[in-house]
Design a protein around this ligand. Structure first.
Ligand SMILES: Nc1nc2c(ncn2[C@@H]2O[C@H](COP(=O)(O)OP(=O)(O)OP(=O)(O)O)[C@@H](O)[C@H]2O)c(=O)[nH]1
Ligand SMILES: [Mg+2]
Length: 349
């Protein structure tokens, strides 16, 4: 049944001051009323209640309880929210009591699914809810909130309207084909078609940006051995994640870590130094470096001094490349830094 009473813990289990339990569905007020004394009579008010097991009458907690009446709730159904104390035992016992009182444990996503079915959210907003919960950077949060606000939904609705208008123009032309110089000129149909195609193309162009925002842009640190790639990787991460030694060929496998830079999510990758190597393991590592270079959204190409054979490694890459001159603290640099290179030093910061 799609509207049977369901219950779930809305907060993660574990030691915490509070836990939130949600119930939704037809008859859910009666179900909750079997465990909660008093049960609030007025929707959208909060009362302090005693939560007991419906069979044994055992006191489980003294929670705050809020009541919502359909359709004015998250799911659009009758709902109850119970705020118990946190921890491992109390919330679990509270959910068990509510199940004993007649609610079924909810499936993952079932509350939001009901909200979609009842027209409280559209599918894009439901996805935005998941994105907001998963957001790991301020930009991800802003983007999810925009979508939750209906930004993308409004663009799709406008697109749909334009398509329907175009269809109507074409249908009119088909219905009255004899009218040579009818009210619908071919130019008008063509103009409308171009406008819709253009809008679709612009919307599609934002798709990869959205994906990058969700997954994090792939920022690949590459360059010859010993250039200071792992040092830069650690500095950008703010922790010693990759091994650093003075031995060229230290990093033999790609190391990936997530980080937030200026509010944007990044998948930061440190790679094996690029050179022609006779060592089998190192060669395999360099092959992995090349795969990351091919998939990168942005490449930081590190060089310590003289320019190396960049082209052999960078020619197959589509991503923009920032050339980085490392170890700028060292005084014995042979020549001044070329203007196209960004200078960094992990010694001076
Ligand atoms: N003075 C100075 N030394 C640095 C700097 N960055 C790295 N080094 C040193 O350069 C050496 C190589 O650093 P790594 O970060 O391991 O270099 P890598 O490019 O990852 O090397 P491979 O993994 O072998 O390809 C180490 O001895 C570092 O301490 C810097 O900014 N200044
Ligand atoms: Mg390294």
């Amino acid at each position: 049944m799609l509207s049977d009473p369901i219950v779930a813990l809305a907060t993660p289990p574990g030691r915490a001051a509070l836990a939130a339990i949600r119930l939704s569905g037809t008859g859910v007020h009666a179900v909750a009323g079997r465990c909660l004394r008093p049960f609030p009579e007025v929707p959208r008010t909060v009362v302090r209640a005693r939560l007991v097991h419906p069979a044994s009458g055992d006191l489980i907690d003294q929670p705050l309880v809020a009541r919502y009446a359909a359709p004015r709730s998250y799911t659009g159904e009758d709902m109850v929210e119970v705020f118990t104390h946190g921890g491992l035992l109390v919330p679990a016992d509270a959910v068990a009591a509510l199940v004993a009182a007649g609610a079924r444990p909810a499936q993952p996503g079932e509350f939001t699914r009901r909200a979609v079915v009842n027209g409280k959210l559209d599918l894009l907003q439901a996805e935005a809810t998941a994105d907001l919960i998963d957001a790991g950077s301020p930009v991800q949060r802003r983007s999810a909130l925009r979508q939750l606000d209906g930004g993308l939904s409004a663009r799709l609705a406008a697109l749909r309207t334009e398509l329907l208008e175009l269809e109507a123009l074409i249908a009119y032309d088909i219905d009255f084909p004899e009218e040579d110089d009818g009210p619908v000129s071919p130019e008008r149909v063509e103009r409308a078609r171009c406008a819709v195609a253009d809008r679709l193309a612009r919307l599609l162009a934002t798709a990869s940006e959205g994906e990058r925002l969700r997954e994090g842009a792939l920022l690949v640190i590459a360059g010859p051995p010993n250039a200071g790639k792992s040092s830069l990787f650690n500095a950008l991460l703010g922790r010693e994640r990759a091994i650093v030694t003075e031995i060229p060929g230290t990093t033999r496998d790609a190391i990936e870590a997530s980080t937030v830079i200026e509010g944007f999510p990044f998948r930061l990758v440190d790679t094996a130094g690029l050179r022609d190597s006779g060592d089998r393991v190192e060669r395999l590592g360099i092959a992995v470096s090349r795969q990351y270079l091919a998939a990168a959204d942005l490449i930081l190409f590190c060089e310590e001094g003289e320019e190396v054979e960049r082209d052999e490694f960078l020619a197959p890459c589509a991503a923009p490349v920032i050339f980085v001159q490392t170890k700028t603290d060292l005084a014995d640099r042979p020549t001044a830094r070329p203007p196209d290179r960004l200078g960094v030093s992990v010694v001076t910061g």
